[in-house]
Design a binder for this molecule. Structure first.
Ligand code: CA
Length: 227
């Protein structure tokens, strides 16, 4: 799970990042609003921790950009003490939750876990869709109908994990998949989306699943049941 922290107070951002990392999240910090907006809209993150007062662009404008481009990403806003208007404005504009400064980082982690519907990324064990199941501990993809399983590695695993985290039948654009899997490390050697999709499809075929990753013309890809 990937968390973006948009906060200009470095000590706070760093403390939040360390706490998330201890809980097995990957984190990135942006200290100004412009970079924050760009990162937040990239599709790489599951959760954005978003301060309101930021240099360059404020948290509400960033929130509006996130909601226009990445409606599913979870956003927790950080508001100054007692600023009820800020809380209401954030919630009305699509923030999932807010924390009032100063706050206990443990509470922020707990609220993040609620938003991500997992006790923590580490303790979450399996993702499933149709007859497919991905074991997050050992990276094995299995088929519940045939009982067969096969290990996934590296980018194949990251692709499968991202696809299985989406609501069933959701179309994912090439850009979303690409940003999500390759945007993080800019590994130019291996960023061939089609190649990795084809490896993943071969493995899905090997375990005999009734689910397929179909290309949807002009839109992207969708995991669906074979007709
Ligand atoms: Ca601030």
């Amino acid at each position: 799970m990937k968390v973006l922290i948009v906060e200009d107070e470095y000590a706070l951002a760093d403390a939040v990042a360390s706490a998330f990392e201890r809980n097995h999240y990957q984190t990135k910090i942006c200290q100004n609003g412009i970079d924050g907006a760009q990162e937040a809209a990239s599709g790489k993150y599951d959760l954005v921790i978003l301060d309101v007062m930021l240099p360059g662009m404020d948290g509400f404008d960033i929130l509006a950009e996130i909601r226009a481009l990445q409606p599913d990403v979870k956003v927790i806003m950080l508001t100054a003490r007692g600023e009820l208007d800020d809380k209401l404005k954030g919630l009305k504009n699509g923030a999932n939750d807010y924390m009032t400064k100063p706050f206990h980082i443990e509470e922020l982690l707990a609220r993040a876990d609620v938003q991500l519907k997992a006790v923590s990324a580490f303790e979450e064990q399996k993702l499933s869709a149709f007859d497919l199941e991905l074991n997050l501990k050992n990276g094995e993809l299995s088929c519940k109908s045939t009982g067969e399983s096969i290990p996934l590695k590296g980018k194949e695993y990251e692709l499968a994990e991202y696809i299985l985290r989406q609501p069933p039948g959701q179309i994912l654009s090439r850009e979303q998949l690409y940003n999500r899997v390759w945007g993080w490390d800019n590994d130019l050697e291996s960023n061939n989306l089609e190649a990795y999709l084809s490896f993943l499809r071969k493995k899905m075929k090997l375990i005999g699943t009734g689910a397929v990753i179909k290309a949807v013309r002009g839109m992207g890809y969708r995991l669906e049941e074979k007709k």
